[in-house]
Structures are given as structure tokens and as C-alpha cells.
Design a protein around this ligand. Structure first.
Ligand code: HEM
Length: 361
């Protein structure tokens, strides 16, 4: 067996995981899943949406993110998660990027979003500024977020794939209750996750593939401490649990642990190898191996990285099209964190938007 943990102590693995330099550059060898023809597109999105209005869009995003990840590959995980949280709540409409006001808390302030990285929002706004400088205000923040997620996967060693474009940015954000209702919790078991994602038309293969996003990034102890205290979750590998207790010595620790102990910064199929060894961090991860409906899928991805990449790409393309705003709906924000009508520097732009909306009717 390739991963004999009796030979390599888990502590060593965890230490290596937390200190390892970022994995970068393997991406050139990673597989390409650019064939767009067999993926279904919702009306209003296209594979070549900005071909004439912003032909350099994808190269600008790629180039900037390469630079960002060279400094800190952890940012890739942060960006991937933002796209997921954007799409699952009210659709991929940039609503998670909006800041709230004194009177109305934003999606960002809802509990599952509190652990999104603030730097991810900054990176998205930096990308927007670069893109708008080149092309004017034509590319939505929701599209920039989707492209940033794709490049996060690819530049961490994962598959390369085309992203349908043409999303518009929302004028509103969801309430805390709607946010909570749409984002599953790490304490959920596979039944709850399967039911929750079935509402968005994801099947068991999609669920297992999307969960593979946890092949990169980190979690705060508070997201999994119930598996350690007061009693240890019996489905967790005991050495793994002991090592996690070192990282999270008490409840409410502010420390973080990596999501995939084998290759925490590399987008690969090792997350599934972790699950097979009962070293998944969350109940929502580990139970995919316990539940009979998903166990075989986990095993197949653990054995075949190409199969995982293929299913991940198709699930991501599906996720990236959830309830998108297209055509004359929504707007193209001039600042991803505020809608144009609240943007004090932007009165003329809002008027221009109203004219465009009128033309589109
Ligand atoms: C299936 C249900 C899911 C649950 C319950 C879940 C839950 C979580 C939790 C609790 C964290 C750690 C937050 C923290 O404490 O800092 C996390 C991190 C993360 N999640 Fe998920 N997640 C799910 C699905 C996904 C999907 C579909 C993706 C992307 C395709 C994804 C990508 C990530 C990434 C990349 C991180 C690391 C973020 C970072 O390092 O900043 N997750 N997730």
C-alpha cells in the first residue's frame, strides 16, 4: 500500500503538512479538461462571452494569481471556497462579495462565511481593477470569482477547464437564515449533505467530487472540535485524532489544521486517500466513506485521479451556473464589495446602467 502510516508517523505528516512550502509548478503537467462541448450551458452564458469586449481577461487573471500564489498558495483555497459560497447562496451572482450596512448584515456576516479569508475578497477586487483597467467595466465580479476559482484549482496542480461566462452581479445579498439554509455544516452526515445538495440537482457523484475541494486549504479547530471533545469520534483514526488534539488542545482554540494531511497545498486525489484511512477532518467528509451510497465513489477517486478530475470539473461547471443572473439582470459592479447604486463615486455609472437596462428591454 502506498500510504503505510505505521511507517511514517502521523505527527511527521502533520508537521510536514503545516510547514511544507507551497506546491507550485506541477500545474503544467496537469490534465486539461477544456473540451466544452459536452457540458450543458444555461441560457445567457457562453464559453466566449468576453471574446471581443475583453479578450485578455483570462490571461490577466492567470498572470496575477500566479504572482499571488507564488507568495502564498493558501490564497488558492480561500478563492475556491468563496466561489462555492457565492454559488450556493442565491446563485453565482457575487452576492457573497457585498459588504453589509449598519442596519443589514451581509452574507459575509453569516456564520459559515465568517471563516472566508478577507484576503480572498481583496484579491477579487484587485483582479477586478486590473481587468477594468484593460477593458472598462464589462466583466462581472461573479465571473472574476469563477475564473479565480478555476485558476486556484489549476495552479495548485488540478485540472484545467473552461469556464462559461456572462454572469451578472446581484443588487442584493441573502439574509443570514437563507445563507445558513443553503450552506451545509461540517457536522452534517452524508445523508444531510446528499439531501441538501440534491435540492440543487447534484447527485452522489457530484457531492463526492465537490467535496474534493477539501484537497487544499485549512480549517479552524472550531469546525471539527466536536469530533475530539468531549468524546473522540470513533470513526476517526486514533493517531490522527491524537495529532489533531495537539493542534487544538482545548475547545474554542483559534488554531487551524490542514484539510488534506498528505498534500495540503496540492490539488490532487489524496483527500480521498485520507478518507479511506479515516483521516478526513469533518464529519461531512469522513461520512462519505462510511455511507454506502458514496463509499464506492470515494474509493474510485482514491484510486483514479483522472476520474476525480473529470467528475470535479463537470460538478464545478454545474455549480458555476447555479441561479446565475444574465442578460439585462443585475449589473456589472465597479467595486465588487458594493452595488453601484451605493457606490458614492459612481452616480453617473448608475445612470448609464439604467440606460443600458432600458435598451435591453
Ligand atoms: C459539502 C459540504 C461542505 C462543507 C460542510 C464544507 C465545510 C467547510 C468548512 C467548515 C471549512 C473550514 C472553515 C474554517 O473553519 O476555516 C471549509 C474549508 C474549505 N472548503 Fe469546504 N465545505 C463543503 C464543500 C466545499 C466545496 C463544494 C468546495 C469547493 C469546491 C469547498 C472548498 C473549501 C476550501 C478550498 C476550503 C479551505 C479554505 C481556506 O483554506 O481558506 N468546500 N469547508
Amino acid at each position: 500500500m502506498a500510504f503505510n502510516l505505521s511507517a511514517v508517523s502521523l505527527t511527521t505528516l502533520l508537521l510536514l503538512a503545516s510547514c511544507s512550502p507551497f506546491v507550485f509548478g506541477g500545474s503544467e503537467a496537469s490534465s486539461s479538461y477544456s473540451s466544452s462541448s459536452h457540458h450543458h450551458l444555461v441560457k445567457g452564458l457562453s464559453w466566449s462571452f468576453y471574446e471581443y469586449e475583453c479578450p485578455k481577461l483570462e490571461s490577466i487573471v492567470r498572470k496575477h494569481l500566479k504572482k499571488v500564489f507564488k507568495e502564498d498558495i493558501g490564497q488558492a483555497a480561500g478563492l475556491l471556497r468563496v466561489h462555492f459560497h457565492d454559488c450556493f447562496v442565491q446563485g453565482c451572482d457575487g452576492s457573497v462579495l457585498l459588504e453589509g450596512s449598519a442596519t443589514r448584515p451581509s452574507e459575509q456576516e453569516a456564520p459559515p462565511n465568517l471563516s472566508l479569508r478577507a484576503t480572498a475578497f481583496e484579491i477579487i477586487n484587485d483582479l477586478r481593477a486590473l481587468v477594468h483597467k484593460e477593458c472598462g467595466r464589462v466583466v462581472s465580479c461573479a465571473d472574476i470569482t469563477a475564473l479565480a476559482a478555476r485558476d486556484s484549482v489549476y495552479l495548485s496542480g488540478g485540472p484545467e477547464y473552461d469556464v462559461p461566462l456572462g454572469r451578472r452581479d446581484s443588487l442584493t445579498f441573502a439574509t443570514t437564515n437563507v445563507t445558513l439554509d443553503n450552506l451545509p455544516a461540517p457536522t452534517n452526515n452524508a445523508s444531510v449533505i446528499l439531501t441538501s445538495l440534491a435540492r440543487k440537482k447534484f447527485d452522489a457523484t457530484d457531492v463526492v467530487a465537490l467535496s474534493g475541494g477539501h484537497t487544499i486549504g485549512r480549517s479552524h479547530c472550531t469546525s471539527f472540535e466536536k469530533r475530539l471533545y468531549p468524546t473522540q469520534d470513533p470513526t476517526m483514526d486514533t493517531d490522527f485524532a491524537s495529532d489533531l488534539k495537539v493542534i487544538c488542545p482545548t475547545t474554542n482554540s483559534t488554531n487551524t489544521a490542514v484539510l488534506d494531511i498528505r498534500t495540503p497545498n496540492k490539488f490532487d486525489n489524496k483527500y480521498y486517500v485520507d478518507l479511506v484511512h479515516r483521516q478526513g477532518l469533518f464529519t461531512s467528509d469522513q461520512d462519505l466513506y462510511t455511507d454506502e451510497r458514496t463509499r464506492d465513489i470515494v474509493e474510485s477517486f482514491a484510486h483514479d485521479q483522472n476520474l476525480f478530475f473529470e467528475k470535479f470539473v463537470s460538478a464545478m461547471i454545474k455549480m458555476g451556473q447555479l441561479s446565475v443572473l444574465t442578460g439585462g439582470k443585475g449589473e456589472i459592479r465597479a467595486n465588487c464589495s458594493v452595488r453601484n447604486s451605493d457606490n458614492l463615486d459612481l452616480a453617473s455609472v448608475v445612470e448609464e446602467d439604467l440606460e443600458t437596462a432600458a435598451e435591453l428591454r
